[in-house]
Design a protein around this ligand. Structure first.
Ligand code: PEP
Ligand code: MG
Length: 889
């Protein structure tokens, strides 16, 4: 029989897939002997069964009964008993953290009788009725889908704060809530405690598929079929008076990584009050004053947890009448800077080794640390200071609702979403915004947690701001009013909020990468971990660079060569006219003279690049784009000729050019005369480029340098194409060698960017000395997606509908495009053992794709200079996570 239910004492932290993160960690804490309220976990497998069959598995009821019996005997109380009820919380808990995305129902077990029993036991009727109304609203909303509780409460409260409501008021609220449920659903709130429990469990399962949970998973790339576990935990109460309370804590600062005790505490409150950020909390340190015994116990548990998990832990706890209870712990989310600092600190503290430290930081985090920051010393108008919830510098127009943020972002505007506090319903707006600013809530509020997860800049709890969402404005302490559309700047590292657009500058990590002496603790941590990644990675990292300046920067960033030098950029600007002459040439002489004029210019380009990349391989791609890209547009030219014609002075060159543009017009230029086809169709073009490369190499060698050219032929579909071109290149090489006397060391290879090339890679490898996967075109050609059009047109819809979780142009589609890369790799290596293999599409700098290329055993990835540090780190991580290299992790 499948076990669907585990007692907290039966599991452990490594069982996240089955028990969810929360359940696995509750089990771990229980087994560490920490004070966890007893309970049990219903597995993710039960949820998956539910999602598959739309019903709970038949064995579940019986297993829940068994564990409930056990819980009741441990607690010495029965669920919902009239005189002294056991109450439980029912909480979701997936394997990957999805803060606030799914449902929780507290106080399950209360009904019209047991509420009185609770009142008597606690000697506090106000508390009992307050607890009952919380159950009614949570259960009503989550399980029964009823809305409107907040409005009913507001009506009864008539302007009084919650704390001013007495037992009788809450009893009145309970009656009104029950009435609301009756009217909305046509039935009474279920009085049977077990029915409440079963329905709440079902609702948690169902909450896996709410829109906001689905969107969050897509954002975070969490697979849709994992399901959530459900934790049923005996209730402890933080709202039993001043000697009770609830809080969240971090063992280190999740924003800066500094060690210490960080967190928020809220006296006389229940868990959700803190996370929702609706009441202002006090810093955790205050707890020492409020309840020293509990504080000391908490601090000692926190240090125990940190050494046990060997990482920053975040914690939720409740104090019930002076007794501390641990409600949750997990390895906490953190800002990118904190991730590097903490990993490095833990190495120094002897808790982890450098391999583990590198596994714990991500390329995307490093990319964020390379983002620009606000320039200091600018004349800034500070509006408020909130908490530094998620780093970065964001500038944009204030938008006060999710809808407004999305609309402005869609219209191309940068937006800062400003809210009193965020709720899961704000997710769309948060995705659309550059940054998020809230007036309420601590570092663990919804806004802060979600923004950190998404890598959005966020300042939260700027409580000097009076946000009026309805009026679309906020007021600052000095009376300044900022309305919808006004530009503001927020600094997620300092918590500062400024009026207007603040100029931004390079970050310290960027300055360090650029070679400046900008060491600080963060830079040291980054340098240490990236250097270690370098020492473990198997993949080499090259740059896509088209000029000496980019090549030099790439080298500073750690590139070990150029994997793609696109030559088309060398044909722009003033040289365009020469290209036009080449296209317009109608005699061999005219063509040759145009090419001869281009030759020295190209040679100088390559000489500069060889110098910048001395001693490193430089892969130069022969001209790829359709030639008409170098000519004026048809409309513009037609106008010019027509106007000149009317005046009787149309230039001959323009008329000829118009003819050429018309002749060369293509319906689908991406599938037309480009790449190797161009080289074959325009005699002398590729050989001129080859000559420029060889002459530059010869000159660099004569000057004592070490050029390593690799000539790359684009868009090859058939080996015959490559043969034709390679023969010509060989002849040029021999000629240049004869003329200069300098020895030439070079390779000729091809891009694999068409499915046919991948499928016939064995034949192509007979001729090609290397392959470089052009995964941009390979993706375009495999999916049949025009890369210039689709991302702006229907991709948002595809992402929304879940056709894929990330654009295949961003992260390699392993199943489809990846299969072609794998096939070509295998076939290529079979035909030519030792064939050199690289990637030069955008995917070369994408973390997930880098891991895939490592797994395939490619030799290098090539990416834009700014992605090089990311690729170095990820290549190291890929090696460290590869069981074949480093053993299981
Ligand atoms: C590719 O297709 O992946 C590639 C690198 O070439 P381009 O993007 O220039 O077409
Ligand atoms: Mg291409």
């Amino acid at each position: 029989m499948v076990t669907y239910v585990y007692d907290f004492s039966e599991g452990g932290k490594d069982q996240k897939d089955l028990l969810g993160g929360k359940g696995a960690n509750l089990a771990e804490m229980t087994n560490l002997g920490l004070p966890v309220p007893p309970g049990f976990t219903i597995t993710t497998e039960a949820c998956r069964q539910f999602l598959r069959t739309d019903d709970t598995p038949p064995e579940l009821t019986e297993q829940v009964t068994k564990h409930l019996d056990l819980l009741e005997s441990t607690m010495g109380k029965r669920l919902g008993a009239a005189d002294d009820p056991l109450l439980v919380s029912v909480r979701s808990g997936a394997a990957a953290s999805m803060p606030g995305m799914m449902e929780t129902v507290l106080n399950v077990g209360l009904n019209d009788q047991s509420v009185r029993g609770l009142a008597a036991q606690a000697d506090d009727p106000r508390f009992a009725w307050d607890s009952y109304r919380r159950l009614l609203s949570m259960f009503g909303r989550t399980v029964l889908g009823v809305e409107g509780f907040e409005e009913v409460l507001q009506e009864i409260a008539a302007g009084r704060p919650d704390t001013a409501l007495e037992a009788a008021d809450w009893q009145q609220v309970v009656d009104a809530f029950q009435q609301l449920i009756r009217e909305a659903t046509g039935r009474d709130f279920p009085q049977d405690p077990r029915e409440q429990l079963d329905l709440a469990v079902r609702a948690v399962f169902e909450s896996w598929n709410t829109d906001r949970a689905t969107l969050y998973r897509r954002q975070e790339r969490i697979p849709d079929d994992l399901g959530t576990a459900v934790n049923v935990c005996s209730m402890v109460f933080g709202n039993l008076g001043a000697d009770s309370g609830t809080g969240v804590a971090f063992t280190r600062d999740p924003a800066s990584g500094a060690s210490g005790i960080y967190g928020d505490y809220l006296q006389n409150a229940q868990g959700e009050d803190v996370v929702a950020g609706t009441r202002n909390t006090v810093p955790l340190a205050e707890l020492e004053r409020i309840d020293k015994t509990s504080y000391d116990e908490l601090v000692s548990i926190m240090s125990r947890l940190e050494s046990h998990y060997r990482d920053l832990c975040d914690i939720e706890f409740t104090i019930e009448r002076g007794t501390l209870w641990m409600l949750q712990t997990r390895v906490g989310k953190r800002t990118p800077g904190a991730a590097f600092r903490i990993a490095s600190q833990l190495v120094d503290e002897g808790l982890i080794d450098l391999d583990e430290a590198v596994r714990r930081v991500k390329g995307e985090q490093l990319a964020q640390l390379m983002f620009p920051q606000f320039a200091p010393g600018t004349d800034l108008r500070l509006l408020a200071v909130g908490m530094s919830a998620s780093p970065g510098a964001a500038v944009g127009a204030a938008a006060f609702t999710s809808e407004e943020a999305m609309a402005r972002a869609e219209a191309g505007e940068d937006v800062i979403l400003v809210r009193r506090e965020t709720t899961p319903d704000d997710l769309h707006g948060m995705v659309a915004a550059r940054g998020i600013l809230t007036a309420r809530g601590g570092k663990t509020s919804h806004a802060a947690v979600v923004a950190r997860g998404m890598g959005r800049t966020c300042v939260c709890g700027a409580d000097a701001l009076d946000v009026d969402v309805r009026a679309g404005l906020f007021r600052t302490a000095d009376g300044t009013v900022v309305t919808e559309g006004d530009v503001i700047s927020i600094d997620g590292s300092t918590g500062e909020v400024f009026l207007g657009a603040v100029p931004v500058e390079h970050s310290p990590v960027m300055r360090y990468l650029e070679g400046e002496d900008a060491r600080d603790e963060l830079v040291d941590a980054v340098a240490r971990l990236v250097d270690h990644a370098d020492s473990t990675r198997r993949l080499r990292v090259r740059a896509n660079a088209d000029n000496a300046e980019d090549a030099a920067r790439a080298r500073r960033f750690g590139a070990e060569g150029i994997g793609l030098c696109r030559t088309e950029h060398m044909f722009l600007g003033e040289r365009r006219e020469l290209v036009e002459s080449l296209i317009l040439a109608d005699t061999t002489e005219a063509r040759q003279s145009a090419l001869a004029a281009l030759l020295p210019l190209q040679r100088a380009d390559f000489e500069a690049i060889f110098a910048a990349m001395d001693g490193c391989p430089v892969t130069i791609r022969l001209l790829d784009p359709p030639l008409h890209e170098f000519l004026p547009g048809l409309t513009e030219l037609s106008m010019r000729v027509a106007v000149a014609d009317a005046a009787g002075k149309a230039a001959r060159r323009d008329v000829k050019m118009l003819e050429a543009v018309k002749r060369m017009h293509e319906q689908n230029p991406m599938l037309g005369l480009r790449g190797v086809r161009l080289g074959i169709a325009i005699p002398g073009l590729f050989t001129m480029q080859a000559r420029a490369i060889f002459e530059a190499a010869a000159a660099h060698t004569s000057a004592g340098g070490d050029p390593r050219p690799e000539i790359m032929v684009p868009l090859v579909a058939a080996v015959q194409e490559l043969e034709l071109v390679k023969d010509d290149i060989q002849k040029v090489a021999e000629a240049v060698q004869r003329e200069t006397g300098a020895p030439l060391d070079f390779k000729v290879g091809t891009m694999i960017e068409l499915p046919r090339a991948a499928l016939t890679a064995d034949a192509i490898a007979e001729v090609a000395e290397f392959f470089s996967f052009g995964t941009n075109d390979l993706t375009q050609m495999t999916w049949g997606f025009s890369r210039d059009d689709v991302e702006a047109s229907f991709f948002p819809l595809y992402l929304d509908k879940g056709v894929f979780g990330t654009s295949p142009f961003e992260s390699l589609d392993r199943q489809g495009v990846g299969a072609l890369v794998r096939t070509a790799t295998e076939k290529g290596l079979a035909a030519r053992p030792g064939l050199h293999l690289g990637v030069c599409g955008e995917h070369g700098g994408d973390p997930d794709s880098v891991h895939f290329f490592h797994e395939l055993g490619l030799d290098y990835v090539s990416c834009s200079p700014f992605r090089i540090p990311v690729a170095r780190l990820e290549a190291g991580r890929a090696a460290l996570m590869d069981p074949a290299i480093s053993g299981p992790t």
